[in-house]
Design a protein around this ligand. Structure first.
Ligand code: FES
Length: 130
């Protein structure tokens, strides 16, 4: 699996984010003993090319991906936030706060926030918990 990235190794950049029992965590600082018996989901686990997660679709549609290095962590962080707040349609400030732990050097965040807002609207409309 190539989605989860390694970068700072200090839990500062968020590109290593995975879902640990559904919650976004920085995998670079997890010890094996801390995850014993837990479920770990990487970006590969939330969708595939034929069945994208609404966040993956929205990131593509909104042009929120440039180099792509941060995007797996960004999407998993957003997924954790939306899953913890089912049915929510967060404000742009709430989205910015939710993804604040994941750094992007390319996009300037506007399109990323657009994508999360678009996906949140679709998920809320569908009533699905992704
Ligand atoms: Fe390049 Fe975010 S798209 S770091």
């Amino acid at each position: 699996m190539m989605g989860t990235k390694e970068n700072c190794l200090e839990a500062e950049c968020g590109v290593c984010t995975v879902l640990l029992d559904g919650r976004a965590v920085n995998s670079c600082i997890l010890l094996a003993g801390q995850i014993d018996g837990c479920s770990i989901t990487t970006i590969e686990g939330i969708g595939d090319p034929e069945n994208l997660h609404p966040l993956q679709e929205a990131f593509i549609e909104c042009g929120a991906v440039q180099c792509g290095y941060c995007i797996p962590g960004m999407i998993l962080t957003a997924k954790s936030f939306l899953d913890e707040n089912p049915g929510c349609r967060p404000s742009r400030d709430e989205i910015r706060e939710a993804i604040a732990g994941t750094l992007c050097r390319c996009t300037g965040y506007r399109k990323i926030v657009d994508a999360v807002a678009t996906a949140a609207d679709r998920i809320a409309l569908s009533g699905e918990k992704q």
